[in-house]
Structures are given as C-alpha cells and as structure tokens.
Design a protein around this ligand. Structure first.
Ligand code: NAD
Length: 480
C-alpha cells in the first residue's frame, strides 16, 4: 500500500491532535479540585485541603522548569508592585518605614528559585545511586508582623521552587496585605498554566487555626518565623518543624576597627526599618579606648545621644516593671505598641527636646540594662563600654542569650574576629559591615526572611524545603 504526501500529512495531523487532547486530560494522579482559586479560605480545613489538592497536581503534572516559571512570575509581581506593597504594610501594621520596606521587597524578590536544587550522583561497579532534592508536600508556614508580605513572598518562592505547596497562618495584624499577596500569587500561577491554590491562607488567622494547621495529617512540614512562643509551640507539635526565632544581635567594636566606618555601619544597620528586623544591631560593646570616638561619630551619622536620666524616661514609656526574676533582677514587659516607631515619637512621649530628624536614639548603659537584655525592635541602641575585647566578646555572647541568630564585629584583628565568631556561633556573623549585609543588602549574603537559628537550617533557601530522596539502581547493565 502506498501513501501520498497528502495521506502522510493527514496522519501526522491526526496524531498531533490526539496527543494534544490527551495532554489536556488530567493524569490519573491529578485531583480535580472544587475549591475556589484565590487561595484565601474562611476555614483552615479548606485552606489545607486546597493546598493538598494543589500539591498532588503539582507533583504529578508539572516539571521543575514549570516551577521556575511560577517563581519568576512571583518575583516579577513583587518588583512591579514593591512600592504599593511597602505602603500597604506601613498602613496596616504601623511599623517601620516606607523606604526600607521597598528594599525589603526587592530583597524578597531575590530569594532563590530552582537554581540551587541539585541532584548528587555516584556510580560504581554495582550500579548507580542518586540523591534528589524532593519536596516535603504541603508546608504549614507562620509569618511575623515585622516582615509580613516579605516573608510570604520569600517563603512562597523558596517553597514552590522546591516543589511544595503552602498553607499560611499569617500574623493577624498583617492579614490584609498577606491576603492581597496570596491572591496575586494564585492569579499569576494560574495565568502561567499552573494549578490553583498553590499557596493558601485562612482569612482570619488565630491560635486555633494555627493549632489546626499544626495538627493536620496533610501538613508535612511546619515552618515558623516569629518570636520564641511560636517556635516552641511548633517544636512541641510532634511534626518536623523549622523554627526561625528571635534574635538580639550584639555588636563588638575593638580598638583596631576603622571607627568612622564602624559608626556609619552600625547606625545604617540599626536604624533600618526602625529596627524591626531580627538581624539588626541591638546593642554595642565597645572597648573604652575608642568608645568616645565611636559615640561622637555615631552622632555625626544622625544618632541622637541621650543621657541616663532621659534614657530612664524612654524606658518608662516603652516598658513596665513586672516583679523580679529567679535571680532577683527586675523584670520588664515591653509595650508592643512602641515596636518599630519613628525615633521622634519616643522622644516626644518622654518629653525629651531634640532638633531635626534623628535616625535613632543612642545611650550609654550598663550590661544589665533592659535596653541591652531585651529584643526591643525599636530604634534605641544601648552602648556598653568595656575594658578590652575579651570582656566585650564575653558580654556579647551573654546578651545574645543563646539565640544563635546574628552577631556583628568591627575589627581588623583576625584573631579577635575568629574568637568572637567561634564563641557566639550565630547563624549570621557579619564582619566590618552593617548587619543587613548578612542578608545580601550591599553584599554577597543570601536573601531570605526566615533565618532558622534554633533548629539549625540557617538562612533558609529552596534547598531547605526539600527532602533527600535516594534512588539506587543495582547491576543495571546485566539486565540488558
Ligand atoms: P510573634 O511571635 O508575636 O508572631 C509570629 C507569628 O507567630 C504570628 O503569626 C503569631 O500569630 C504567632 N504566634 C505568636 N505567639 C505564638 C504562640 N505562643 N504560639 C503559637 N503561635 C504564636 O512575632 P512578631 O511580633 O510577629 O515578629 C517579631 C519576632 O519574630 C521577633 O522576635 C523577631 O526576632 C522574630 N523574627 C525572626 C525571624 C527569623 O528569621 N529568625 C524573622 C522575623 C522575625
């Protein structure tokens, strides 16, 4: 039997049509879900079920290239709308400042996608073994009010790149901006041909919805970014949990530092977004021989120096005394409404005169002062004068309270730098730069908003949200 050119063309056309029709039919593993597609649900159960259904579809029908396409879409949206998002966060949370929040959204858009996922392979006489970075499944993530949309965006990029879907229980005081972001992410992913509800949230998050998320059998991994209460709650859940908790980053300045640069870097880092970011400089330990020079140069960089009696007035505004601790020391409770405000507001409330617009408030204190011991998240920086670098390092380690979060040192002495880095053993250790360099602002640091100190994963990336899947092929060549 002979075929004409026309017959061949018709046969090819019919095969192509059939193949295309098949590819539009969901595969066996695909779950056709009946949820809406905004990602936002009234009930936590529905948010979990929708993300679970999205995971089954994502893992069955989409490639790593598809995931990168979705991630690129989320990054583009973030950069296109960074100004709007920054304003929405300021308006809703009343924390920090608009300008720095634009930078934070730019940083979130730099989170790693699939490029850091790699398969390891080894081969030998008996066959081949590969270790792939596989997804966990559905991740339950909790976010802080201090970086709300930034964390939702950075987590979504990392987690989706790694092949997961995500349910968010966001901080209630930032639920509107997070809802906006989650709706947008779903719109983008669907417009790029992806599954619906790849990222979901409960519309009105609460402790109850968090508990429901933590105990759901459909959630394979919990990721908590927030204070110590959140991290310990997740670690008690009985599930695998990644905890990104509080910090209280100390700065050590020794006599070998370039003091002009140290002063500039410390004020730049400390005053970023009114100090609400966990990695920022929270207290300084400076060697006496360079302390006066450092304080004077900090003032030139825009800090307002207040004396101890004015510092006491500010203390009475931002915290209240509450009994004594087991060591007989006075306990203080922070008034959260003062977190992340513009510096002049503390000065006005305490009745302290000033001129211009100070970038932050600095004051000399002793080691036991609550401005040193507590994570204020306010543009108020305590400076402790010490006799030598060893004393500075020892006190800085104590002030960090074992959070293993972030520390900063200004020194040109390699021995001193190494000694502090080893003693404090924090996830992020920044040398001769502002703290924000630790996350990639003006540096080669890694962009992320989830720094997992307590559970040890470090600055989280897409790799963090993968499981190791070992595949072994034995004696493959003998089969042939
Ligand atoms: P937060 O702990 O008050 O809230 C964070 C989230 O946890 C919220 O969604 C909240 O609803 C929930 N939560 C709070 N207490 C809880 C508890 N006892 N049990 C269960 N869930 C709880 O923190 P915040 O004020 O939103 O953020 C600031 C804190 O987060 C600071 O301590 C800061 O250092 C930390 N933080 C850490 C990182 C990091 O990457 N390590 C990043 C940002 C913020």
């Amino acid at each position: 039997m002979e075929f004409s050119q026309k017959d061949v063309e018709n046969i090819v056309r019919s095969i192509v049509k059939k193949t295309m029709a098949q590819s539009e039919t969901p595969s066996e593993n695909t779950v056709v879900n009946n949820f809406g597609e905004s990602g936002v649900f009234d009930k936590m159960k529905d948010a979990i079920d929708a993300a679970h259904s999205a995971y089954l579809t994502l893992s069955a029908d989409y490639t790593m290239e598809d995931r990168q396409k979705f991630v690129d879409g989320i990054k583009k949206f973030t950069l296109d709308e960074k100004n709007k998002l920054a304003q929405m966060v300021v308006d809703e949370t009343n924390l920090g400042n608009y300008h720095d929040k634009i930078l934070k959204h730019e940083l979130a858009a730099r989170s790693y996608g699939t490029e850091v996922l790699e398969t390891k392979a080894s081969s030998g006489d008996t066959g081949l073994s590969i270790i792939e970075m596989a997804p966990f499944g559905v991740i339950g993530a909790t976010t802080p009010v201090t970086n709300p949309s930034e964390t939702v965006i950075a987590n979504s990029i990392n987690m989706v790149a790694a092949g997961n879907t995500v349910v968010f229980n966001v901080h209630p005081s930032s639920k509107n901006v997070c809802e906006y972001v989650i709706r947008k992410i779903n719109e983008i992913v669907i417009s790029l041909g992806g599954p619906k509800n790849i990222i979901t949230m409960v519309k009105n998050p609460s402790m109850e919805s968090l508990n429901e998320m933590s105990s759901s059998p459909k959630i394979n991994l919990l990721v908590g970014t927030g204070g110590p209460g959140l991290v310990s709650a997740l670690l008690r859940s009985g599930k695998k949990a990644i905890g990104a908790g509080a910090g209280n980053p100390p700065v050590v300045v020794d006599e070998t530092a370039i003091i002009e640069k140290a002063a500039k870097d410390i004020i730049t880092g400390h005053s970023f977004d009114n100090n609400i970011v966990c990695i920022l400089e929270k207290e300084v330990f400076v060697v006496d021989s360079v302390a006066n020079q450092l304080i004077s140069l900090m003032q030139k960089e825009g800090a307002l120096l207040v004396n101890s009696s004015d510092a006491e007035k500010i203390k009475n505004v931002i915290m209240t005394q509450q009994g004594v601790d087991s060591n007989g020391k006075t306990k203080y409770v922070l008034n959260k409404k003062w977190v992340g405000q513009d510096p002049y507001k503390y000065l006005d409330a305490a009745g302290i005169p000033y001129s211009g617009k100070p970038k932050c408030i600095i004051t000399e204190t002793g080691f036991d002062h609550p401005f040193v011991q507590k994570e204020l998240l306010m543009p108020i920086l305590a400076i402790v004068r010490v006799d030598n670098v060893d004393e500075a390092i020892d006190l800085a380690v104590l002030a960090e309270h074992g959070n293993r979060h972030t520390a900063i040192m200004h020194s040109l002495n390699v021995r001193n730098l190494t000694k502090f880095a080893k003693k404090i053993n924090t996830t992020i250790f920044v040398k001769n730069a502002p703290s924000i360099a630790g996350l990639g602002i003006g540096s080669e640091g890694t962009a992320s908003f989830t720094i997992a100190g307590p559970t040890g994963e470090g600055i989280t990336t897409s790799r963090t949200f993968t499981r190791a899947r070992h595949c072994t092929l034995v004696d493959g060549f003998r089969i042939i």
